[in-house]
Design a protein. Structure first.
Lengths: 140, 151
């Protein structure tokens, strides 16, 4: 089963992007997730929700993609030069890296188990639904 | 111990694009043996990580991926999944696993040791042998009766 990635820019303050994953996240497609997050950050997103409601499998390469997403949203990872590195660097400096900027929403049981067994839940905000994750980023 | 069922086999050779087929094969095998969805989840995860290691690293970076033969067998109440390749010898039972109590630092997939960690924690036993003539034989064993294996 392939992976479908649906991106929804909600805007607002902070500007939030929801990335919904549908299918299986593995070594053949994890880079697409990183690319989407890099692009969202370049477009000004400062809060990210990864909606996992329809994600049925996640390999360790998917964990790497999540970890990369966290670093990108913290402004830590040098973005793709084609995205405009200097512009990106400027906004990264304005960013509060201590805030939890990436939240994982609606993970199915098997995915939640992988996140817990690898200690990844300590790095991310974890929410039952996409709406809860967006509300948490808005500070509601 | 003799196998209780005829082994089910799958050969893949195209690289990471084959991983979806590998996962389907493992899930179907566990179902054919009478295992639960939970047992299938654990073995699918472990076999994906093991196969990915071989396809990405076993035959050398940048080279054409080599062949991996996967064999699933029920012996007694244990499901055994054996991976055979002709790649570089690599023993995941001896490789460093992730320290999941510390934040990961990685610049590439695999750099976190998460795959090795999952491979070990999702199975009851992992055995590795270097094959005569080169390559690896990796056997992942999981009880079919344990519905909720925990760390």
């Amino acid at each position: 089963m392939a992976l479908t990635i649906d991106v929804d820019h909600l805007g607002g303050s902070p500007s939030i992007t929801v990335v919904a994953l549908d299918g299986e996240l593995d070594a053949s497609n994890y880079e697409r997730v990183i690319d989407v997050v890099r692009s969202a950050y370049a477009q000004g997103a400062r809060g990210l929700v990864i909606d996992m409601a329809k994600l049925t499998f996640m390999a360790s390469s998917g964990l790497f993609a999540l970890h990369s997403a966290l670093r990108i949203m913290r402004g830590e990872t040098p973005p793709d030069p084609e995205m405009g590195w200097s512009a990106l660097h400027q906004v990264a400096q304005d960013h509060d890296s201590s805030a939890a900027t990436v939240r994982l929403a609606a993970a199915q049981e098997a995915i939640a188990r992988v996140l817990e067994r690898t200690g990844m839940t300590s790095l991310f905000g974890v929410d039952a639904t996409r709406e809860d994750a967006v509300a948490a980023l808005r500070g509601a | 111990m003799a196998a209780d069922t005829a082994p089910r086999t799958l050969r893949v050779s195209s690289g990471v694009a084959d991983l979806a087929e590998v996962r389907r094969f493992v899930r179907e095998s566990v179902a054919a043996f009478g295992g639960s969805a939970r047992v299938a989840d654990d073995l699918v995860q472990a076999v994906d990580e093991a196969t990915c290691n071989v396809l990405l690293h076993g035959y050398g970076y940048g080279d054409e991926p080599g062949e991996v033969e996967i064999e699933a067998t029920l012996r007694g109440r244990r499901i055994e999944i054996r991976l055979l390749d002709r790649g570089v010898p690599f023993d995941p039972t001896a490789a460093p696993a992730a320290d999941t109590t510390r934040p990961p630092v990685a610049t590439r997939p695999g750099g976190m040791g998460m795959g090795i960690h999952l491979l070990r924690t999702m199975t009851d036993e992992v055995r590795h042998h270097v094959r005569p003539g080169g390559g690896n034989e990796l056997t992942l064993v999981r009880s079919i009766d344990d519905p909720a294996k925990e760390d």
